[in-house]
Design a protein around this ligand. Structure first.
Ligand code: ADP
Length: 260
């Protein structure tokens, strides 16, 4: 029986070790797949804006006469927009890296919501499609938040950019703020393409992009990092959406951050 016991123990150990190794291999495979996907995403996402910057710079060099000022301005604007876009996605990638390695430093400050909204809308105005409008309420001046300012700006700018990107010309994007007892509820409402029902459960997954969004440029990173940052800060993000009808993204921000 001693030998039998010993053999059984040994078998169990081998079994455990095999399981560990299989798991480690699967994890490595998944990491490699993510790396490959990441690299192809970066090269793909950078190619289009970079080639458009190059074209604009080349043309800019040609329009030297004063009467060609308008054409020059147009190309300067294109360059500005594309560089901004590249900067945004680079920051998103860096955010992923920082979140992953636990190297995020939040700074809780007191500030008014209008400061962030003005900044975000100012930048978003350059991206609006023809006839698109952003509406926001007067009450944002009164709303004083205790939160990480940079994070809220990143999240709101992301939501507004998505609303612009995924909505048609001549549509309204609305920012709404509700003041509840213990939290502020900030909503970004659009009249855009919406998110297909069967894909809604994946919308916060890293790199996920819905089928109907693929005609537009994007990385599938913004919402994922927004959710992680918000949750780290005791806030949350939700949405409701209907395909071809529009989407509403909803932020719940606690009034005080005693909890963290
Ligand atoms: P990206 O926009 O770069 O693809 P995000 O993480 O911001 O990445 O969004 C993930 C996906 O969620 C998008 O690809 C799109 O399918 C969907 N989505 C996000 N916002 C909206 C919106 N306002 N309307 C429709 N679909 C949206």
């Amino acid at each position: 029986t001693e030998r039998k016991n010993y053999t059984e123990k040994l078998e169990k150990k081998v079994e455990e070790r095999t399981k560990q190794l299989t798991e480690a291999l699967a994890k490595e495979k998944e990491l490699n797949e993510l790396k490959t996907r990441f690299l192809s995403l970066v090269s793909h996402e950078f190619k289009t804006p970079l080639s458009s910057i190059l074209t604009s710079i080349t043309l800019l060099g040609k329009y030297t006469e004063t009467e060609q000022q308008e054409k020059r301005d147009k190309h300067v604007n294109t360059i500005k927009n594309k560089v901004k876009y590249l900067d945004t996605i680079l920051n998103d990638f860096l955010s992923v890296e920082r979140l992953e390695s636990g190297k995020v430093n939040y700074k809780i400050e007191i500030f008014s919501l209008s400061k962030i909204v003005n900044e975000v809308i100012y930048n978003a105005n350059m991206l609006l499609k023809s006839g698109q409008k952003i509406q926001y309420p007067d009450n944002i001046d009164e709303i004083i938040l205790q939160f990480d300012e940079k994070t809220l700006e990143l999240v709101l700018s992301n939501l507004i950019h998505n609303a612009i990107k995924y909505s048609p010309e001549d549509s309204i994007i609305e920012l709404k703020v509700e003041i509840e007892e213990e939290e502020f509820v900030v909503k970004v409402i659009d009249e855009g393409i919406g998110i297909p029902n069967e894909e809604q459960k994946h919308i916060f997954d890293r790199y996920f992009r819905a089928e109907n969004a693929l005609v537009t440029q994007g990385t599938g990173i913004g919402l994922n990092i927004a959710k992680q940052h918000l949750e780290n800060l005791g806030a949350s993000i939700k949405f409701s959406s209907r395909e071809n009808m529009g989407s509403t993204f909803i932020l719940h921000i606690p009034k005080t951050l005693n909890t963290i």
